[in-house]
Structures are given as structure tokens and as C-alpha cells.
Design a protein around this ligand. Structure first.
Ligand SMILES: [Zn+2]
Length: 275
């Protein structure tokens, strides 16, 4: 069942669990993630980041395959654009049938972030599509020019949610994208999370879930995070199974990678307490 994220995240918020947002890099992973969700009888968000568009996958292909598989299963599936970098990309994804978009203007000023997000919200809401935005900044271990974490304050989260009209809000409380240096588990500011949750009713989103520690993530899900993005760990799990499979057979390689991803996503469903 293809849905937007509104009811899915409100339910998660009310029942104190989080829904995984599994990122995909190719069409095979879309099928794989959706069929696993159906097998487990659980909701799922499948996300494609604008930075991953290219030879391997484009928005048109993702929309076509994403809609096909989402519509053929009984569990709710959100087809989500992750880290949309402009109004134009968000509009394109919406026009193609994505049911949720993230506009990431978190590196702009507060006013510009509100203005850009509002514009996407207006276009999206007229088409029954939900919008995620980000305030504060989740740094990236992929990019050495983007390593500064800007923690989200409760005041800015509240003011931003009201002014922008976004449906969910990615906050920065200590996680980062990619693999943590020396594989250290990050320190999460639960004080920040609790203050933000008390200040605003907007469902909260955590990016950089991979490698952040099961105890941390489980607690985040219980204390107000409704959606956790998982990307790096899915692909590390796939590559690990591939390496260990010791095969050069094309089908066996695919099967091994699929097994790795499925085990990883199943694990995170348990950690997040998804219902
Ligand atoms: Zn992210």
C-alpha cells in the first residue's frame, strides 16, 4: 500500500516506536526492502537520496519500481526522497509519484530554510505528499568538508515547525552520516531530544542511524524519534555477506547481499520496536 508518511509517523509517535527509513541505491533493493516489510507485516519508508542519483538509478526508475512494489503489498510503504537539495528536485519527485520528500536547507539561514521548506510544503500538500525538513545540521563522515555538527535547539525546532508547516523534522542530537571514525559509538544528547519533543508535536526524525549503537537507537525510538534513517549499515551488511560468501557466481553474490541487507533491516525493526 503506497502511502504518505503522515499517519505512519503519527502512529509511531503515539506508540513510542520508530519506523526505519531504508535507503536504496538500486532498483533491486527497492524490491528487496518492500518484500521484506510485507513478509514481516511491518510499515516501511524507502528512501533515495538526491546525492545518489546517477548512472545507477534515477528518479523516474525509482518512482516506477517503487510504486509498483508498494502498491502490490498490504503493509504501508512510503516512497521518500531523502535530502532533496532544491525545490525543483522535490517537485520532480512529487510529480513522478513519490509520496514524501525531504527538503534539506539546513545549511542555509533559519529564514531561508523556512522559506524554501514552505515553498515545498505548499506544492506537496496540494498533492497529498508529506514533507520532512531539517533544522540544526547532521554532519557527514562521507565528506571531509561537512564534519561540523550543529545541535538542534528546542526553541528553533518549535519555531521552525510552526513557520514552515513541515510534517516531520530531522533534528541533530549527536549522530552523523556514514561510518564513525574509529567506529566509535556517538554520544546522543537525550536532554536535547526530550526538550525538543516537549516543545513541538511534529514527528521527529533521526539521520545517521548506522553505527549509532542499538541502545542509543532503541532509546531514541522510545523517547520521541519516529523515523530513523539507515543507509550505511545496510550496505556494509550486504558487502560483508558478499565477502564471506566466497563465490564468483552472479546469483549467489546477489543472494548473499540480499541476505545481509535483510538481516540488517530485520535487526533494526527490532531495535526500533516498529509495530
Ligand atoms: Zn541524512
Amino acid at each position: 500500500m503506497l502511502v504518505n508518511s503522515r499517519e505512519m509517523l503519527k502512529k509511531a509517535q503515539a506508540e513510542h516506536y520508530a519506523v526505519p527509513s531504508a535507503n536504496f541505491l538500486d532498483m533491486e533493493s527497492i524490491k528487496n526492502h518492500v518484500l521484506l516489510a510485507e513478509k514481516l507485516g511491518l510499515p516501511l519508508i524507502i528512501g533515495l537520496a538526491e546525492s545518489h542519483l546517477g548512472d545507477n538509478i534515477n528518479l523516474e526508475d525509482a518512482a516506477l519500481v517503487g510504486k509498483k512494489y508498494a502498491e502490490q503489498v498490504s503493509v504501508p510503504i512510503v516512497l521518500h526522497l531523502d535530502h532533496g537539495e532544491s525545490y525543483e528536485t522535490c517537485k520532480k519527485a512529487i510529480d513522478l509519484g513519490f509520496t514524501s520528500v525531504m527538503i534539506d536547507a539546513s545549511m542555509k539561514s533559519f529564514e531561508e530554510n523556512v522559506e524554501t521548506t514552505r515553498k515545498v510544503v505548499e506544492y506537496a500538500h496540494a498533492r497529498n505528499v508529506t514533507v520532512e525538513a531539517e533544522i540544526g545540521h547532521v554532519a557527514s563522515n562521507f565528506n571531509e568538508n561537512d564534519t561540523e555538527t550543529l545541535y538542534t535547539t528546542a526553541e528553533s525546532a518549535k519555531a521552525f515547525a510552526e513557520a514552515s508547516g513541515c510534517d516531520s523534522l530531522a533534528i541533530s542530537i549527536g549522530t552523523a552520516h556514514g561510518v564513525y571514525k574509529a567506529k566509535a559509538i556517538p554520544e546522543i544528547s537525550f536532554d536535547s531530544l526530550n526538550a525538543i519533543r516537549e516543545a513541538t508535536d511534529v514527528p521527529l526524525v533521526l539521520h545517521g542511524g548506522s553505527g549509532s549503537g542499538d541502545d542509543n537507537l532503541s532509546r531514541c525510538a522510545k523517547e520521541g524519534i519516529c523515523k530513523v534513517n539507515v543507509y550505511t549499515d545496510l550496505y556494509l551488511a550486504a558487502m560483508k555477506e558478499h565477502d564471506e560468501s566466497d563465490t564468483s557466481d552472479y546469483f549467489k553474490i546477489q543472494k548473499a547481499m540480499k541476505k545481509g541487507m535483510n538481516e540488517c533491516l530485520t535487526h533494526y525493526y527490532k531495535v526500533f520496536g516498529t509495530k
